[in-house]
Every structure is written in structure tokens, then in C-alpha cells.
Ligand binder design. Structure first.
Ligand SMILES: *Cc1c(COP(=O)(O)O)cnc(C)c1O
Length: 255
């Protein structure tokens, strides 16, 4: 990997980010009011594929929660951003191999993409080790990612990649997290299935969340909603929104 050079965001870029951020915050406010909710969900700005300079600019605009989905990209970006004064809380939201758990916990406070027992165990071990060396370390926040595809699409393509545990696996995974002192169960996370109306999918998620909370009342967060479906997520009760392209622009890989 080449050494990343830090070039501060231009005034034009800061302006663009500022306008995009205002527009997204406005949408969140409207969706919250439309849902009859009094508290707005928390905005996590997803900066994947964008440089550390954008994280620094966003930090300057008041963004304190940032999401990333690849460890190789996020680790160096977090270091670079910190060197330039930006220390937001980092949320890891991507597919994660168990052997990368310790690397992710070097920068991430919360992991939204936990979908199997092996990963819980690896994160628990890494978080416990970190707590030994850093006694002030907060427990790592854990969201269990749910696969929201209906039975029909699952049987067509059971291994299509979007990640997530099956609903019937959630209780066991939640127990495993709850029994790990260095982890804290925050709630559920999901991505709306491709090619489906997000509303019924997010309603299924909300029902699963309610069921989870009967055993784990502390697991009250719901991480759902991206640029294209934030209104549907807010209507279904999302408490965390993960917004990338509507704040940062189109990702280079999609151009
Ligand atoms: C990229 C990503 C997002 C943000 O998506 P946008 O459509 O750019 O807002 C949210 N959640 C996950 C898991 C992602 O990978």
C-alpha cells in the first residue's frame, strides 16, 4: 500500500460537504416528525472510499460518528484523521473476518456487522485484551446484523452476499455477547434487501428488535437506513442511520 499523503479539503469541498450534510439533517428532521417521534436518530456518516481529509472536514462541520466498511482502508484513515485533529467515534459496518477483529478494535468503538458466533468470540477476546492494557477503554458496542431477505429469496440464493445472521440465530448470538464483559450489546443492524420495498423489511427488523429487547432490554438500538431508504428506516424506528453517498457524493468505484 502506498503512503497516503494528506491534502486538506478545498474550500469548495468543505462547502459541498456542508450543504449535503444540511440536506441530510433536514431529511432526518422531517422523517422524524412524520413518524411522530420526538428524538432524532443518530447520524453516522459513512466515509468509505473517501480520504481522511473529508473526515477532518466533516469533523469540522460537527460530525462525531463515522462509519467504515473495510479494515485495510479504515485503520490508516483513522490514524491520519487523528493526526490532523479529527477523532470521531468510528463504527465498523462491513463484513469482518474473525482474524481481523483485533485490528478493527484499534480504531472502532462499535461494530455493526456481527453475524456469527466465531466473530463474537474473536471480538470478545480482542476487546478483553485491550481492556487489560487500557483500563479506561469502554466496552465495544455490538450490533447483531440480521439478514432481512424473506424465505423465498433466501432459498433462491442462500449465500448471496449482504451479510447477516438468520433471525432464529439472534437469541444465541445475543446471549454470547451479553456474557462477554468487554462487549456491550447495542441492538440490531440490517441493510434493506436489494430489489425489495425497504418498509416491510425494516418492519420485520423492528419486530425482531422488540423480541430481542424482551430478553436484553439494554439492546435498544436499531441501525438501519442508508442514503436511499433513510425515511423508511426512521418510520420503522431506526435509532442509527448510516449515510454515505448523500453526504460525500458518489463513490469512485461506482462512477
Ligand atoms: C456503504 C454503506 C452504507 C452507506 O450507504 P449509502 O447508500 O452510500 O448511504 C450503509 N451501510 C453499509 C453497511 C454500507 O456498507
Amino acid at each position: 500500500m502506498t503512503e497516503e499523503v494528506f491534502t486538506p479539503a478545498t474550500a469548495e469541498r468543505v462547502q459541498e460537504l456542508s450543504q449535503n450534510l444540511s440536506a441530510v439533517r433536514e431529511r432526518i428532521a422531517l422523517a422524524t416528525a412524520a413518524a411522530g417521534r420526538s428524538v432524532e436518530p443518530e447520524l453516522i456518516v459513512v466515509t468509505k472510499f473517501f480520504p481522511a481529509s473529508d473526515v477532518v472536514a466533516l469533523h469540522g462541520l460537527g460530525v462525531r460518528e463515522v462509519g467504515e466498511n473495510r479494515e485495510q482502508e479504515a485503520g490508516p484513515k483513522a490514524v491520519l484523521a487523528a493526526e490532523h485533529g479529527a477523532t470521531p467515534r468510528w463504527h465498523f459496518i462491513g463484513q469482518l473476518q474473525s482474524n481481523k477483529a483485533a485490528r478493527v478494535l484499534r480504531f472502532a468503538s462499535e461494530v455493526h456487522s456481527v453475524d456469527r458466533a466465531g466473530l463474537v468470540t474473536a471480538l470478545a477476546k480482542a476487546a478483553a485484551r485491550r481492556a487489560e492494557t487500557d483500563t479506561g477503554a469502554e466496552p465495544t458496542g455490538i450490533y447483531l446484523q440480521v439478514d432481512l431477505r424473506g424465505e423465498d429469496s433466501l432459498s433462491e440464493d442462500p449465500h448471496a452476499p449482504r451479510g447477516g445472521a438468520r433471525p432464529q440465530e439472534l437469541a444465541g448470538l445475543a446471549e454470547l455477547v451479553a456474557n462477554s464483559p468487554a462487549l456491550r450489546l447495542r441492538g440490531l443492524m440490517a441493510v434493506a434487501p436489494l430489489g425489495e420495498d425497504p418498509r416491510p423489511a425494516f418492519e420485520r427488523l423492528a419486530a425482531l428488535s422488540e423480541r430481542l429487547r424482551s430478553d436484553h432490554p439494554e439492546a435498544r438500538e436499531l441501525s438501519a437506513g442508508m442514503s436511499g431508504d433513510l425515511e423508511a428506516a426512521v418510520a420503522a424506528g431506526a435509532t442509527r442511520l448510516r449515510i454515505g453517498s448523500d453526504v460525500l457524493g458518489r463513490r469512485a468505484s461506482l462512477l
